[in-house]
Write a protein that binds this ligand. Structure first.
Ligand code: SF4
Ligand code: SF4
Length: 406
């Protein structure tokens, strides 16, 4: 694709990056076929190729309009298009640049700004979110069905093993997951403990920064990355092997720290190290597969449907690891049609674009439940809560299921 970027961006780092990405696109449209919003809305501008044209026009100096913003806001940033693209177009980087340009040049309406600010504060401030969510869990039996569905039932986290092994890894606690599903990291700690690895957490670490980034606050995302790097580097220096992430959405964000802080002279090298040493929990456990197999008790076959989050399969490009582990543990995985498509959760998307998110969830649940599974397993807290809100069949993190089998 030929480009003639406008003066305001041409010689900036973002402009050079966008230019290189745009020039890779050959307009073939293969990506359109695997885009969930194009499939749902049938409008070229709600597919990756159309959005790439809109961003190109924007960067070449076209007027910034609400229409452009609407089509970019409707994008889930699921990155399915990146997996499909034969030319290696890094669409997610391009759409981030496009969104930043729009936000600088066209302010959102007051109500929308308030909604986004409230969401960002609520979700990324643990001392506000945790008690509010716990209160919601207590009141759940009294809430109207629609509201109750938005709160996961309380599940105690069980015993968390102490740090007793020479091998240690660092867990990202995150912002919303400890309140919504504290058992996920506790289950990861138990499984790793059985495999001879202690999982430790740094109290100084917190939100990975994905939420503020989704809500257009790149500076807050960078601040979160710097705080986590400061918390983790001393532990890495002291011998911790890796940073383990149990929410694939957060895992994608941590893996992106190298890019996020590439222009920060004080943090670029540390960010690159942290990104390199960060792993999804499935990657870590797969590496210990032989030890795991020796520990697994044989039990009756249970049917599970696995929903691979976009952040796992398209963001981290981890495909097949969880499925391999669950099958090794004796579960029968039911076939899931269109497993590459997003469930509609996508960070804060389900709150900001509820209509599209609900349709995507309905489609995803039909595909997941078609094989009659006893439960749905997934790998990201956002997908878990979003799917559970629309299903009577239990939705669990796969590490909790594996922990119970051990
Ligand atoms: S990121 Fe997802 S929703 Fe956005 S254009 Fe790509 S495939 Fe479509
Ligand atoms: S598949 Fe890749 S090269 Fe083809 S239109 Fe989509 S982004 Fe461009």
């Amino acid at each position: 694709m030929q480009t003639h970027l406008a003066d305001f961006i041409r010689d900036t780092p973002a402009g050079r990056e966008a230019d290189a990405i745009l020039r890779k696109c050959v307009h073939c449209g293969f990506c359109t076929a695997t885009c969930p919003t194009y499939q749902l809305l049938g409008d070229e501008l709600d597919g990756p190729r159309g959005r790439i044209y809109l961003i190109k026009e924007l960067l070449e100096g076209a007027a910034v309009t609400e229409k452009t913003r609407l089509h970019l806001d409707r994008c889930l940033t699921c990155r399915s298009c990146e997996t499909t693209c034969p030319s290696g177009v890094q669409y997610s980087r391009l759409v981030d640049i496009g969104r930043e340009v729009i936000d600088k040049r066209l302010a959102r309406g007051g109500l929308e700004q308030m909604k986004r600010a409230a969401l960002k504060t609520l979700l990324s401030t643990n001392w506000i979110f945790s008690p509010a969510y716990r209160l919601g869990q207590w009141l759940r039996p009294l809430l109207p069905t629609r509201l109750a569905a938005m709160v996961l039932p309380y599940r105690a986290s069980g015993v968390r093993p102490g740090s007793r092994h020479a091998r240690r890894m660092i867990a990202l606690a995150g912002c919303v997951q400890p309140a919504m599903a504290p058992n996920i990291n506790a289950a990861a700690a138990r499984v790793l403990d059985a495999l001879g690895v202690s999982l430790i957490e740094s109290p100084q670490a917190g939100c990975c920064g994905a939420l503020p980034l989704h809500l257009d606050d790149i500076e807050a995302a960078k601040a979160a990355a710097r705080r986590n790097i400061d918390a983790w580097c001393p532990l890495l220096e002291a011998g911790a092997e890796a940073i383990v992430v149990t929410a694939s959405g957060c895992g994608t964000q941590v893996r992106d720290y190298a890019h996020l802080l590439a222009d920060d002279a004080d943090y670029a090298a540390k960010a690159a190290r942290v990104a390199l040493l960060s792993f999804d929990i499935s990657e870590v456990i797969l590496a210990e597969r032989d030890k795991l197999l020796a520990l697994l008790a044989k039990k009756g076959v249970e049917k599970l449907a696995f929903h691979s989050p976009c952040s796992l399969q398209h963001g981290l490009k981890v495909r097949g690891s969880v499925e391999t582990l669950l099958e090794a543990a004796g579960f029968l995985l039911t076939p899931v049609a269109d497993s590459h498509l997003c469930c509609g959760s996508a960070g804060s998307y389900s709150v900001l674009q509820p209509g599209i998110a609900k349709k995507l969830r309905d489609n995803k649940l039909s595909a997941l439940l078609a094989g009659g599974p006893a439960a749905i397993a997934t790998a990201n807290i956002g997908c878990l809560a979003h799917l559970q809100a629309g299903s009577d069949v239990a939705v669990r993190h796969w590490i909790e299921i594996l922990d119970e089998r051990l």
